[in-house]
Design a binder for this molecule. Structure first.
Ligand SMILES: [Fe+2]
Ligand SMILES: [Fe+2]
Length: 207
């Protein structure tokens, strides 16, 4: 049984990192015309979308860590739904990156591994910390998306539509984690998370 479980988990990791993500919902930018972007604007939008894509890769690691360590399995359905929405976010950002003429970050496996490790570590300490970690992550991602929405080139309505829908989804995920009893993380942990995400965003914008 342990081996079955291990195979399923490894399969998830390989799928997350190396196969295109699939979205059940229609991509939020479908039906929106491509805007007129200068070369510099396109490059900037691409950098931002690469950061957001890596953020979604990290979300996969966290949710997988949550699923592996959760002691209370009664709410797993809600978490599976949220995790599936994160896969859709992956699909949307990935597709947009290709449309902008770029590729996803080469650092994705590294940040994925880090997030999975953190998700597992938080879960080992206890469900409420794991949930607290999830809620804080969703909160920080939401703030981040708000910032990127301001930074996007004016004419890039396609990326904007994607980030707006993601922001809405992340707010629901944060509420969900809080409703299931997320603990408020100690300020030093929040600080470490902010610093980690700063490192991630400044690197993946370029590579
Ligand atoms: Fe997401
Ligand atoms: Fe989320």
């Amino acid at each position: 049984m342990m081996l079955d479980r291990a195979i399923i988990e490894v399969d998830k990791i390989v799928k997350t990192l190396f196969t295109p993500a699939i979205s059940k919902r229609i991509h939020p930018d479908s039906g929106i015309a491509e805007g007129q972007l200068s070369v510099a604007e396109k490059k900037h939008a691409l950098g931002l979308m690469r950061v957001n894509h890596c953020g979604e890769i990290c979300a996969q690691g966290l949710y997988q860590g949550q699923a592996l360590t959760a002691r209370d399995k009664t709410n797993q359905k809600s978490f599976q739904n949220a995790a599936f929405e994160e896969i859709e976010h992956l699909a949307w950002t990935e597709h947009r990156i290709y449309e902008l003429g770029g590729r996803t970050s080469i650092l994705n496996p590294l940040f994925y591994a880090g997030s999975l490790a953190m998700g597992i570590a938080a879960g080992v300490v206890g469900d409420k910390w794991n949930l607290g970690f999830l809620a804080e992550t969703e909160h920080q991602v939401g703030a981040h998306l708000a910032n990127h929405l301001e930074q996007l080139p004016e004419a890039d309505n396609k990326s904007r539509a994607i980030l707006e829908q993601m922001k809405e989804d992340e707010a629901h995920h944060e509420d969900m984690a809080n409703n299931y009893g997320a603990a408020n993380l100690p300020p030093p942990i929040k600080k470490i998370m902010t610093l980690t995400s700063k490192v991630m965003t400044s690197l993946t914008y370029y590579v």
